[in-house]
Design a binder for this molecule. Structure first.
Ligand SMILES: Nc1ncnc2c1ncn2[C@@H]1O[C@H](COP(=O)(O)OP(=O)(O)O)[C@@H](O)[C@H]1O
Length: 192
């Protein structure tokens, strides 16, 4: 039996996924491991463009046909999922990535989609020294709620939760709400 739930935290880059994940690692009533999937992909050096291309793909599905190395990306994705599978099977994992549809539906106990006002998101991404084009693309994706639609299309409605992440108050309220959810998850598992 898993010791902890599998929580996917997704959202446009800069919405606060890593911030939320780190707080949950510290405050969850059950042990949770934070996997920053984007960092993983980079560290593994599976495919240097993978993260970026996949992001474009989620912005516009038609673009998939235009990706020159689509096979290399599909291959990298297969490897990524193979490596994640045993970790996810053990439970107690937070998967943090700007896309979520690639993860099998059966993996997720809870899918959190973080949202942020676009002008604030713009400032956060500027601080990261992103190129203007990348800021614009991400901003547009946030306005068009691309990640939320993707999550809704990929997982049952009852496990997809949209959370505002614009202020410290939002962060605190979100963490308290998720910790409550984990506490209930734990009790339900204990009573079997
Ligand atoms: N709810 C929030 N309120 C205020 N600032 C936030 C909030 N969430 C994230 N931030 C800030 O926005 C920036 C991006 O957050 P981060 O967690 O790295 O986003 P992501 O992992 O989604 O790319 C960081 O500087 C972080 O401190």
């Amino acid at each position: 039996m898993s010791v902890g739930p599998v929580i996917i935290i997704t959202g446009t880059p800069g919405t606060g996924k890593s911030t939320h994940a780190q707080r949950l690692v510290d405050e969850s009533p059950v042990p949770l491991q934070h996997i920053n999937v984007g960092e993983w992909v980079k560290e593994k050096g599976w495919y240097e463009e993978f993260d970026e291309e996949w992001q474009s793909y989620t912005v516009d599905e038609d673009k998939v046909r235009d990706i020159p190395d689509y096979e290399a990306i599909a291959d990298a994705l297969g490897q990524l999922l193979d490596e994640l599978e045993p970790i996810v099977a053990g439970g107690g994992v937070i998967l943090d990535w700007h896309t979520c549809e690639v993860f099998p539906e059966r993996w997720a106990d809870l899918v959190l989609v973080l949202r942020c006002d676009h002008s604030q998101l713009w400032k956060r991404l500027e601080k990261r020294n992103y190129h203007l084009k990348k800021i614009q693309e991400n901003n547009e994706a946030e306005i068009m709620q691309v990640v939320l639609e993707e999550a809704r299309a990929s997982y049952p409605a009852e496990i997809v939760v949209e959370l505002k992440s614009e202020s410290t108050e939002d962060l605190e309220a979100n963490i308290a709400r998720i910790v409550d959810w984990i506490t209930v998850w734990k009790k339900e598992r204990a009573s079997g």
